[in-house]
Ligand binder design. Structure first.
Ligand code: ATP
Length: 230
């Protein structure tokens, strides 16, 4: 479904991603893991078209999209929940959700009820300003906003960073439910327990390269010790 081939990326003079090869299978929940600074966020931004790439290919359903603009990738079915959430703090919850509507391929102009079934708190807070929500509520709003686009793939960058445990657990439930319904999920995740709970696949990064790829059951103690332990 998604294939990244020989992708390289640099910030100015420093090279961040080195010949990254990565496959994401349709219907999987793939966790991209690795220590701080190995290039996980940079890789997601390259996938989403938010950063230019120096070399390589990004394919969605066999079609090369590395030159396609970010807003068009959203229309093609890539939904993104960025690190830090990027909620519009002066807009209401409803307005934040409506931002996703123009990306829909089916022309639906109303926020689907499903979003409020998944995250009831968003219905309760509909007319509050985004900036007035707690961190956990903002994260639910960011996921809701991505789901409003009706994505084929939901891409999340550390959705649990700085969030209280009961909301982390709710977010995990929602991700697993959506994945069980067929939504492909790509997730940058540092929390090992969460990754093991929701993920079906892992991709391990070290110094700008993917160094191990397998089903989650194959994430051995040795790989954890070598590439994840701090
Ligand atoms: N805008 C930028 N300009 C220059 N260097 C950057 C920029 N953004 C990130 N970097 C550097 O690129 C490298 C990879 O960063 P990236 O954020 O992709 O890693 P990460 O694995 O997502 O880390 P974290 O888990 O801390 O978010 C780091 O060395 C970082 O300092």
């Amino acid at each position: 479904m998604i294939e990244i081939r020989q992708l390289s990326q640099r910030y100015g003079g420093s090279r961040i991603l080195w010949d990254v090869d990565l496959k994401i299978e349709q219907g999987s929940c793939t966790c991209i893991m690795g220590r701080n600074g190995v290039g996980k966020t940079t890789l997601l931004k390259c996938l989403m078209g938010l950063l230019p790439i120096a070399a390589g290919e990004v394919l969605l359903d066999g079609k090369a999209i590395q030159h396609v603009a970010a807003h068009q990738r959203a229309r093609m079915g890539l939904g993104f929940v960025p690190q830090g959430r990027d909620i519009f703090s002066t807009l209401t919850v409803e307005e934040n959700l409506q931002i996703g509507l123009p990306c829909r391929r089916d022309g639906v102009k109303k926020i689907p009820e499903r979003i409020f079934e998944l995250f009831p708190v968003l219905a309760e807070m509909l007319h509050r300003r985004g900036g007035d929500l707690s961190g956990g509520q903002q994260q639910q709003l960011a996921i809701g906003r991505a789901l409003v686009t009706d994505p084929k793939v939901l891409v999340l960058d550390e959705p649990n960073e700085g969030i209280q445990p009961n909301i982390v657990s709710q977010i995990g439930d929602v991700i697993m439910k959506l994945n069980a319904e067929g939504l492909t999920v790509v997730l940058v995740e540092q929390k090992l327990g969460f990754a093991k709970r929701v993920g079906s696949e892992f991709r391990l990064m070290e110094k700008g390269r993917v160094v191990a790829s397998d089903s989650m059951a194959g994430l051995s103690d040795e790989l954890i010790r070598r590439h994840l332990a701090v």
